[in-house]
Unconditional design. Sequence first.
Length: 758
Amino acid sequence: MKFTNGFWLLQDDVTVFSPMEVRDGVEDNNKLTLFAPSAKITGRGDTLNRPQLTVELTSPMEDIIKVKMYHHKGGIDNSPKFELNEKSVKPIIQNKQDSVSFKSGNLEFSIKDNKKWETQIKYSDKVITGSQLKGAGFVKKDDGSNYFKEQLNLDVNETIYGLGERFTPFVKNGQVVDTWNEDGGTCSEQSYKSIPFYLSNKGYGILVNHSEKVSFEVGSEIVSRVQFSVPGESIEYFIIGGETLKDVVKNYTSLTGKPGLPPAWSFGLWLTTSFTTSYDEDTVNSFIDGMSDRDIPLQVFHFDCFWMKEFQWCDFKWDSEVFPDPEGMLKRLKDKGLKNCLWINSYIAQKSYMFDEGAQNGYLVKNPDGSVWQTDLWQAGMGLVDFTNPDATKWYQEKLKELINQGVDSFKTDFGERIPTDVVYFDGSDPVKMHNYYTYLYNKAVYEVLLGAKGEKEAMLFARSATVGGQKFPVHWGGDCSATYTSMAESLRGGLSLCLSGFGFWSHDIGGFEQTAEADLYKRWAAFGLLSTHSRLHGSESYRVPWNFDEEAVDVVRFFTKLKNSLMPYLYNSAIYTSNTGVPMMRAMVLEYPEDPACKYLDTQYMLGDNLLVAPIFNDKGDVSYYLPKGEWTSLIDGSIREGSKWYSENYDYMSIPLMVRNGSVIPMNSGDKTTEYTYSKGVILKAFNFKDGESVKTVINESDYSVSLEVTISRSGDSFIIKAEGDTSEWSIQYNSGKIIDLSGLKNKTLSLDQLR
């Protein structure tokens, strides 16, 4: 939200009361409270008839500082709160007569001159940002509404990322971003997953700790500043530092929650019924058998909305006319080696028997007059489950348990964005502030019932909406994209933005959700989709099996599905790292190479784990331009080598894509390409690339049950390679730079010459 009229003036209906100086400060335990009048105090008369702002500084953990600023504090706070891992860290406080400093770890907030409110924020003694005089302030508008704002400096060449899954330009400079979840598809400024957290290439992040709409002006009002504002009498934000951008993300997810680890089976290929298509068990089997007959490994089958009877979503009852024997059908699918997933949401249609149950027991969100809130948008007369009511949550979860007992493995938690703001919640939560937060309670309720029934190694969702902390309930997909190359590119932008906002895993609808793709687009999107963390064939009005496009599409889907399955030793290790650290598995180039200026704006390529670079193809000619950072890079598909710090313009057929391995890497692969669930260490091939003299890399093979079965350290000394192994070495081998594969089964250590490896 903009409050100014150019740089010098305010808008006509706006009055701003900014902190002008530090009048005094109080240390209490681990908190520093600063009192900042809204005018310079030159005499006792200046202390009358004006607001004084209060600023509280605390630290929830090292390298994170929380700033709370407020005007009046006597109001009723009925806003939902993000579930944060806040501790109480003892800071280093210097509260002097002329200056103030508050330090946590290497992060410092200071005011050098108490007579002038200008803040400076440093990390390891390097200034990263700060606030100018009159940057912060309490805002009154003539219509009676109040806001609180803060402005933090933008440096020359500083770029801002994140703010959730946003399909607008990847770098957020120059944009107005409101964190307000909406069902707007992938082609607008609206977002299913609005996260009030941004990341700067200068090495810090800002989380605005408000569940309601936060309005960001990213160099779009004052071009040298990021402004964020919220309605009300106060604002609270966290400054998050770190040695590297990855460290900032690690610290952010230590505060808001690490991504859950999806089960190994979820990384395989998913196929769905699609949305409005006609289907029954015979149709489902025709798809599954068709994939098997064509040697396309399939891991998960998803039943979309119409597994339930029309006008009754959600009643969690199978449409008996279409699926007369759901338990038997699910068992038959499992006998074919498949997991399954059911579409759900949190809306209860009036025709559903659950509507009466929910209304009678107070389980549905209400209008101010006590009646049940209802709408015809989506399902006729539907109500909304009130997850602030513990009994309603338990009621909803019990319905899901019945499905799990039938053999259901996972749920696609659709929607969660169309949440009304003129309603009453069981716990009295502010309905405006619940709009974004609702999705957290919804997805948490579903994830927890799966966690309880299946355990942490099996629980996962396929979710669309999210807010802060939603990364704890993976996986999320990008929503309703269209069958165009531009929509494919905007989907990737959204995914990279989300993954810079604390989310570790992300998927999208291969071929686009709306309309039906041409065969060309479907094949290019399949390569991209099967080199994302999670891969799903899904659409709106047509089946997405590859033979409906052309026979080559069958070959393409088969090739990239088997390639992904063979990469599971590498991919699952990467997933475990993501879950442990919060560093996303699918990474924007700037996160991996923040020092390379060419990577700042790159949003058409990405890193998959530490060592694989993927550059999808976004046109029907097979042309692609991509950038390789410094060092040598090797194509994983054909073994060709390219120099780094260069751009490449190349042409690819449908059976290939720029999939590059950076030098000094080891990629563990396996011939187990029929499924994503197998013993990764059995028959593993460690593919080593372009080691320099003196380099050493340790590779760990984690099995899908988290156990470590093999640790291998590869070091180069001159033209000799020293290979040391620990664990089960009964069946493994090594390949260097796409040369011959050398069987090292049973060996604990070995020295090989470069000639032997060629």
